[in-house]
Structures are given as C-alpha cells and as structure tokens.
Design a protein around this ligand. Sequence first.
Ligand code: F0G
Length: 434
Amino acid sequence: MHSYLACFKAACRARYDIHDVLYNCPKCDGLLEAQYERGSVDAAAWKHLWRERRMDNAPLNQSGVWRYREMFPFLDDLSHVVTLREGNTPLLDGPRAAQYGGLARVTFKHQGFNPTGSFKDNGMTAGAAQARRLGMKRVACVSTGNTSASMAAYASAGGLDPLIFIPHGNISYGKLAQALEYGAKTFQVEANFDQILALVRTLAERLGIYLLNSINPFRIEGQKSIVIEMMDQRDWKVPDWIVLPGGNLGNVSAFGKGLREMLELGLIDKLPRLGVVQAKGASPFYEYMAAHAAKPFHAEMNPETLATAIRIGDPVSWPKAQFEIDTSKGVVERVTEQEIADAKAIVGRCGIGCEPASAATLAGIRKLTAAGVIDREADVVAVLTGNVLKDPDYIFKYHTGQLQAPGGIAILPTFGNKPIVVANDADRLATLIG
Ligand code: F0G
C-alpha cells in the first residue's frame, strides 16, 4: 500500500513523500491531505473484520480509531501508535433535545466520552503516531483548550515532550488543568488563537518542533474514524444529516473526507448532508458561505464567544470545509450566545451534557428545522464534541443567572436550576422539598 501527501488544491495536486514534515504545499501554499493507492477493496470483508476486532483485547483493536486502520494506512509500522483506547464513543437518544430541536428524533454521537473528554483524541492518536514515526522529540499546538489537553496526554503517554500555547484568560480551567496535569510545558500567550497559530508556525520551523494542530493532515486522518465508527454503530445506514460545531474547521474536513472515501470504497451507498454551526461572534465561515463564496474569505479579527472552544476568527481549514459542504449539499448556520446556552441546558436535561461549543449543534438544528432546511422527520446525528465537565464555570453561572455574553449582555437562565442555600433546619427543608 502506497501512501503519500497531496496538495488539496484541485489546480495543483502536487505530491510529497509521506515522511515529509509539511503542513502546507511548498508549491502553492494549499492545504495538504494524506492519500493512498489502494488495490481493490472487499467492503463486506472489512466490515466483518472491524466487528471481529471489537471483541478482541489487543490494544489497537480496542481503540475506536485503530480498529478502522485500513481506512488510514499511512503507517508501515504500527508500533509507533500511542493509544489510550480513544473513540468507542456512544450514540445516545435525546428525546427532550429532539423536541427542542424541532425533530421527531435525534441521535447524539458524544465525542466527550473520549479519554481526555473531546473528539480531539481521535485525531491526536494518529498525529502522535506520525510524530513518533518521524523520530520527533517535541510536539506543539496552539489551542482553545481541547487540542492542548489531548496533545499533552498523547505526547506524554508516547514519550514525547508537549509544548502548548493557549490564549491567556480565554480557555476553561478544566482544559488548562488537563494540560498541566499531563505534563505539558504551557505558555499562556497574550494574543488570540489566530495570532498565536501564526507565531507557533514560525517557531516550529525554527526549532524543529512537530506541529499537531488540525492543519496536520494526520490529525484529520484520525478524525475520520468518528464518522466511520458512527456508520458501523448504525449498521452502515447513512443518516440524512450530520450536524457539528465549526471552529478551525478541521473536524468537518475530516468528516467529509471520511464519508467520501467510505462511499468510494463501497462501505456506504450515499453521502449524508453536513451541517456546520458557528457561534455568531466567531462565524467567518458562515459569512463566507452565506455570500455563496462569491467574495474572498474574510477572517474575523476579533472573534468573541463564551463557547471558547470555537472562538476562532481565521480557520485554517476553510477551503477543505467549503469543499465538503458543497459536495455533501450541506449548510452552515450560526447561533447566538443565548441560543447556545439554552441548547446546552437542554442537552444536560437529557442526562447527557456537553460543553458550550458542542451545544451549538442543537441550537443550530433548532434554527435549521424552524427554517425548513432540516425536515422534522429527518434522520439526524448531532455530534457533541466535548464533555460537560470541560467548563463547569459556565454551567454554574448559567444556572445562577450570572452568565454574561461578551460585551456584558446578560444571558437569561431560561432553563436555570439554581442551588438553594438553606439553614440546617429539617422543617425548612421539608417545606422546600414539598
Ligand atoms: N468543539 C469543541 C469542543 C472544540 O474544542 C473545537 C475545537 C470544536 C468544536 C471545533 O472543531 O476546530 O475542528 O472546527 N477546538 C480546537 C482546540 C480549536 O484548540 O481545541 P474544529
């Protein structure tokens, strides 16, 4: 099996060796992707093999990423893999959320069940494997929090030194705490995500550090496993829609690539439509697509949202995301801070819970059903990207009516659930309980 890197730009398609340390095409600066020269594939045999592996105790087969390794065969030696048994995330029904979202039924694919609590683990296990295969010693990323938590864990588990760069004061404590606990050298830079990414790209080149942001094509290969596992869990029945939040737009790029490849290989019989949801204060991709990509892509210089995971104004993967939205006849939506906060409380009431950025998914579905874009009876998988405990501060403030959107605008606790402070008095408690 021959694997190589290719420029994503249709007009270029230059090829590079799979061992080259590249993040952009040296010829045209386009994004890169991993490609494979495959012989003929027996789709039924692969499906059977992947089911068998679920019953197997070998670490790679227990991983919900590497179980599907035939779909991203870029390694010739699997001993480079670091696995924390990532993936294996459930499909969950949320009847209350379905009703709120204007649907007869909705299924959540909850990536917050990953080892470090977000979908980043699906990609990081692949990126860390490539770093080890290349003999890299130090790895780095810029992050709004989840990538850094994940990279810190996988690097430390795999004997690499993690260096992380985060916007000072704008990531949740849960995520920062993870990075510290997993042993990453952590720099809180006084700049926003987009500015720090530009800085770190220069530093990585100068110091020979391997960059593990989602611009890294191997991260994208690992994240394909989210939709592959989703189809496996659905017995290969393709939903009408897959809806997910969009920040740097790596995940939608990975979903689109994974789905197209499954279609080409005969594993599925059609493409689902992709729905990407952005926070209104950080929605450059929404703006671009709403104008039918007629004007040049325009970065948002001051992105603002309490959903800090998606507080990104200059998403690197927008050309890939545009291609995947167009190919799948998808849509891009955006939602307000209030819509995110209320949708998040509803996901919580389902007994499921998620972090703010993930709740953009349900908020977006609610808008898209109201607008008649998604049909009430449609088969919809809503991807929740991060765990409820990633940002407890946001939760406490919402339920106690103290949450404020950027600019000081109060967020109403529409579904608030305030804790009750009470004296040590049985009668008083009995009255309150009712
Ligand atoms: N949801 C969560 C919880 C995230 O952490 C992110 C991205 C996204 C959605 C958006 O995904 O960037 O692929 O479009 N977090 C990155 C980080 C940027 O640094 O952790 P995307």
